[in-house]
Write a protein that binds this ligand. Structure first.
Ligand SMILES: Cc1cc2nc3c(=O)[nH]c(=O)nc-3n(C[C@H](O)[C@H](O)[C@H](O)COP(=O)(O)O)c2cc1C
Length: 205
């Protein structure tokens, strides 16, 4: 039976659980400034219930599970803890710095450690870097998320610290603000639609 999407779209009473995944664990990271910009804008939306998945809190080693996430249960506590943080989420917003034209290794490890917990969710990307807005990291991440069955929305926000953090203080432009608004709109739409896939029709819990 086709689920009644209208009946189970997010409402004030049934917010989407949006996880903001902080993709840098670097001491002195700019990720905190990016998070401080993004989080209140997402949290101000009645349709979103925002949680932060800060990879700095997870102390992840290099991948150390004997079985690929798709084929076996994790044996390590750190993997189970990450899984417990991600599994309840309906949608994902990745904060992604560009390291050598790609995403940070710790974010790739977090993605590699899990499978079902990421799958069938909508995701948006706020990327950042020295001077290209983290665009290349974003392209790499989109390819990886495709393999994990994560649906990335079209809008992306790219912050270049040379231009948008004069004196080290993050200063997003009006264009970035508008882009983040569109990104969050798209996440609400696709996040709501994909939630239907992961739940029996009509079940909201
Ligand atoms: C290992 C490393 C590699 C980097 N490579 C790039 C790069 O290829 N392109 C770019 O625009 N910025 C690059 N940067 C600059 C970072 O994107 C910038 O420092 C950003 O603030 C890092 O995010 P974080 O402070 O949250 O860790 C690199 C930084 C590091 C530490």
């Amino acid at each position: 039976m086709t689920p009644d999407v209208g009946a189970i779209a997010p409402t004030d009473h049934d917010p989407l659980r949006l996880g903001v995944v902080v993709g840098s664990t670097r001491p002195g990271r700019r990720a905190d400034a990016v998070l401080d910009w993004v989080r209140p804008r997402a949290a101000s939306r009645p349709a979103l219930d925002v949680a932060v998945v800060d990879l700095a809190d997870h102390d992840l080693p290099q991948l150390d599970e004997p079985a690929p996430a798709r084929h076996g249960a994790p044996i390590h506590a750190h993997t189970r803890r990450l899984a417990a943080a991600v599994a309840p989420l309906d949608a994902l917003l990745f904060l992604v710095p560009e390291y050598n034209h790609s995403l940070p290794g710790v974010l790739k490890t977090a993605l590699d450690l899990l499978s079902d917990e990421w799958a069938d969710r909508a995701a948006g990307l706020v990327t950042y870097g020295a001077d290209a807005g983290g665009a290349r990291a974003g392209e790499h991440l989109r390819a990886i998320l495709g393999e994990l069955a994560v649906a990335t929305v079209q809008q992306q926000v790219g912050l270049s610290f040379v231009e948008h953090a004069p004196g080290g203080v993050l200063a997003p432009t009006a264009r970035h603000e508008a882009q983040l608004g569109v990104l969050l709109d798209q996440l609400e739409r696709w996040g709501g639609a994909l939630r239907v896939l992961r739940r029996p029709a009509g079940v909201l819990a």
